[in-house]
Design a protein around this ligand. Sequence first.
Ligand SMILES: [Zn+2]
Ligand SMILES: [Zn+2]
Length: 335
Amino acid sequence: MNAGRPTPLWPGRPRPLPGETFSSWFSRTAWSNGLTPNELYGVAANGAQIHSRDLDRLAERPLLIRLSAATGISADILADAMVTRWAGHLYDTEERHIRLPWLPSVGTERTRPSFGQQFCPLCLGEDAAPYFRLGWRLYFVTACRRHRVYLSDRCPSCDEPIQPLKTIRTRIDLECHRCGSSLMAAPAAPAEDFFTQARLLSATGQDEIDLPGYGPIQQPLFFELVLRLLRLVAGGSFARPLRAELAESADELSQLAAIPIRADPYQFEPRQRHLLIALAARMLDDWPHRFHATCEAAGVSRWQLERTSRSPMTLLKKDHRGEKQQPNIAMISPN
Ligand SMILES: [Zn+2]
Ligand SMILES: [Zn+2]
């Protein structure tokens, strides 16, 4: 910006839509000015390249202020559309180079595909201008409550992870940047049982979470605990017996048998994750008694659990009720 001279407003200045991510708004702003998101980034960031940067996490204040000056939209509104709005709630770390718990990156993480931007194809189909919602970035959000279908997290034709800043935008559609398929053509399989998703979403809005049977614990600690429980049913040698013990019906058991065992809990599709997270959350009941009973019935001893660096037991071993707790960095770094 030139001192004393106001930045001219850009011709295209779309307002952020309800619940829209920063990068989705940035992309719409670019296209409404006849530019690609990469070209607009060059204009707004003094010629810098956007590469595969996850702007919903990494856009810095000077960029937001520059965009605010050129669009008339407050920098605070733009910041609130980023995943960093959950800092101090879902996570405590300021580290820029580690994976945030429950908020995997978009596109790639190191060299592996990362499916951090999900979407509901039916919501996109209803939008006058299709856009990505911030809530779809949360890894424990696996289904659309409005349409009661599982979310998608990749191109329906070529399985490419969704990258909002590369997605091709037409007037009424969003298309895969790699193969051109419409994201609205993604399958929308019926989903049921929204209990766990609603429970975790509600926890994002509370300073302390009441753990039944235990008492209140700080938000980031609660989300770390659920993540550790998810890891136990997702991968490792305890996953199969724990899944069998936690399944509540023969149908659930057969669905679980089809879900692979994976050490990286961030590689499950929404439908698989939906069930695994529900299983993990069941162990929170009457903490830690249900957890201990489940482990015992599954043949997993306390001694074995204590030996795993990410044991839920070691996390709450001290009395952390109401106490600020730093997360275990090793736990949330990419695998
Ligand atoms: Zn929907
Ligand atoms: Zn594709």
